[in-house]
Ligand binder design. Structure first.
Ligand code: SF4
Length: 157
C-alpha cells in the first residue's frame, strides 16, 4: 500500500487500500429503523447476526452477502451519499474531503484506539439473534421516542 494512501481521493485507492481504510468501528453493521411517515432513519443497538461482538468485525466478510443479501457494498460514490453512515466513518470523512481522526488505526498504529475514542460498538450492542423487535432498541438520542408519544395519544382517547 502506498504511503499515506488515506489522503488520496477514494476513487484512487486500490482494493487493499480501500479495505484498510475501514476503522473497524462496526457502526455500519447495526440495524436501522425507518420512520414510515418522515422517512427518517434511526439507529439501534442491534447488530447484524454476522458481526463478531468481541471484535466489531464481520465474522464472514468474504461471504457476507450469501447470508445477508441486503448488506450494502460500499463504493466511493455511496460513501458520500449514505446518510446513515456514522459521522466518524472513514469512508464518509474522506468522501467529504475531511482528514482521518487521530484515533484511526492507520494514524495511531493501534486498533484499540477506536474503542478508546468511544467509536467502537464493542460492549455496547446486542446481536439480532437475541434482540427481539428492533423498535425496542432504537437510539433516540436527545429526542423523545416516537413510540411514547403515540402510546400517550392512544391513552388520551
Ligand atoms: S462505519 Fe465505516 S469505518 Fe466503521 S466499520 Fe463501517 S465502514 Fe468501517
Amino acid at each position: 500500500m502506498r504511503e499515506r494512501f488515506w489522503d488520496l481521493p477514494l476513487d484512487r485507492l486500490d482494493r487493499a487500500e480501500w479495505e484498510a481504510l475501514c476503522d473497524g468501528c462496526g457502526q455500519c453493521c447495526l440495524h436501522k429503523v425507518e420512520d414510515a411517515d418522515s422517512g427518517r432513519v434511526w439507529p439501534t443497538n442491534v447488530a447484524c447476526k454476522l458481526l463478531d461482538l468481541r471484535t466489531a468485525r464481520c465474522s464472514d466478510y468474504a461471504n457476507r452477502r450469501r447470508y445477508v443479501p441486503d448488506c450494502v457494498r460500499l463504493t466511493p460514490a455511496l460513501a458520500g451519499q449514505l446518510e446513515w453512515l456514522p459521522a466518524t466513518c472513514a469512508y464518509r470523512l474522506r468522501a467529504d474531503g475531511a482528514p482521518l481522526p487521530g484515533w484511526h488505526p492507520l494514524l495511531s498504529g493501534n486498533p484499540a484506539t477506536v474503542r478508546a475514542a468511544g467509536v467502537s460498538v464493542i460492549g455496547r450492542v446486542i446481536s439480532e439473534t437475541i434482540a427481539g423487535p428492533l423498535e425496542q432498541h432504537i437510539d433516540w438520542g436527545d429526542e423523545e421516542p416516537l413510540e411514547v408519544e403515540r402510546v400517550r395519544d392512544e391513552d388520551d382517547d
